[in-house]
Design a protein around this ligand. Structure first.
Ligand SMILES: [Zn+2]
Length: 399
């Protein structure tokens, strides 16, 4: 883990800067390729930049394990890399103990999971959910295109479409990952058995009122866009109580008031709303209820309201069988655990489309992730690896 963390490390803030297709990302990919080969894995890089290493019988469908090697800017050392290094450790132990395999185990270090270009390129390529149109138009926030970034690493973007795996060639996928949230630490549990990845929708909302002089406009004659936004923020708890579940989340993450001057009544409030749940019906109910609340609030404050849905991703369920295997394995090892959804997106969500998929979480200290002080205790890392290894072995005989 520490060796991999050298790629993209910056002393100034102690963060990892290893975004997809950067020099640091490419060095890390060469490093992992080298380690896969030294372990005797059949290793190749596919057209999307995923590094794949296979161990065991080569003519049978494989059990896939892995996660991503790229990071967000100023990220931590565990996010993604844990799942790759743990996979390599599992294969080393299987080799050392000469455990026979019915199905090969293939470790995949996926590419560009953190969305520099707005998707999860590696996992989407493997699951066949990429389109030529998206590949040709994807850009990062600086305007560099995905095509250019891939070409700079010697990859032809068309080849990403050929990285697709046939469901018949894959038996299952398991990803070990840090939780990136505070739940396991708060409940003093070691292992999270992930039930699925929450669906998520993102709206851009605009309240339009009237900008007025903050001294001369009487309180009862204003069309104050911020007051509408504030009322809506207060409605969120009620909306979840009435229409949501304990897995529902509604977040206003960005607010822009115009004209944005201390002595002017804000005539316009632009803000984002992101909603999540494990059930698509609940997501629809939450969205409906938000729409009604926004419209009632707009009337009350003499505002116009507009919204634009930027994205809607459906929830993805993990395989009941793989979850059972992880749960039984965790019980046998005597570790504490709980079932939980993943609020964050992961490579695993795309694998659910082609194969039985499971995820294992270990606790994140303080719930911190996507930051230089992201940390997980080594004792938990070890337990996570044990659950991964023993689940892999149990899957060998139960698939
Ligand atoms: Zn991750």
């Amino acid at each position: 883990m520490y060796e991999l963390a050298k790629f993209g490390y910056r002393e100034s803030d102690k963060g990892i800067y290893r975004q997809g297709f950067t020099e640091a990302d490419w060095q890390a990919r060469h490093w992992i390729t080298d380690h896969f080969q030294r372990c005797g894995l059949h290793t190749h890089m596919d057209g999307a930049g995923n590094v794949c290493g296979r161990y065991g019988p080569q003519d049978k469908p494989a059990i896939l394990i892995g996660s991503h090697l790229d990071s967000v800017p100023a990220g931590g050392i565990f996010d993604g890399t844990l799942g790759v290094i743990a996979g390599l450790e599992c294969v080393r132990i299987i080799q050392e103990q000469d455990i026979p395999l019915q199905y090969p185990i293939e470790i995949i270090a996926t590419s560009e999971e953190e969305g520099r270009f707005g998707g999860m390129l590696g996992a989407q390529a493997l699951s066949g959910s990429l389109t030529l149109d998206w590949l040709e138009n994807a850009k990062d926030p600086t305007g560099e295109t995905l095509k250019q970034a891939m070409a700079a690493r010697g990859l032809d973007y068309h080849e990403a479409l050929h990285a697709k795996r046939n469901p018949e060639d894959v038996k299952a996928f398991i990803e070990l990952h840090i939780e990136q949230g505070p739940v396991l630490e708060a409940s003093k549990k070691t292992i999270g058995v992930v039930e699925g990845i929450s669906g998520v929708f993102k709206w851009l909302i605009k309240f339009l009122g009237k900008a007025d002089h903050a001294g001369t406009a009487p309180m009862d004659l204003r069309s104050d866009a911020f007051m509408g936004l504030a009322d809506f923020a207060h409605e969120i708890k009620r909306i979840i109580d009435e229409n949501g579940t304990d897995k529902s989340r509604l977040t206003i993450g960005r607010v822009d008031l115009k004209p944005g001057y201390a002595h002017t009544v804000p005539g316009e409030a632009d803000f984002t709303l992101v909603g999540r749940d494990m059930s698509e019906q609940v997501m629809r109910d939450l969205a409906d209820s938000c729409r009604k609340a926004l419209s009632a609030i707009a009337r009350r404050h003499r505002l116009m309201f507009e919204y634009e849905q930027m994205s809607w991703l459906e929830p993805k369920s993990c395989s009941q069988h793989v979850m059972d295997v992880i749960e039984q394995t965790t019980q046998e090892l005597g570790y504490s655990y709980q079932l939980m959804p993943s609020g964050a997106g992961h490579d695993a969500q795309f694998f659910t489309d082609i194969t039985p998929t499971g995820m294992i979480f270990i606790p994140s200290v303080g719930g911190v992730s996507h930051a230089p002080d992201e940390w997980s205790h080594w004792v938990d890392v070890e337990k996570g690896c044990n659950v991964l290894l023993n689940s892999l072995l149990r899957l060998q005989t139960t698939l």
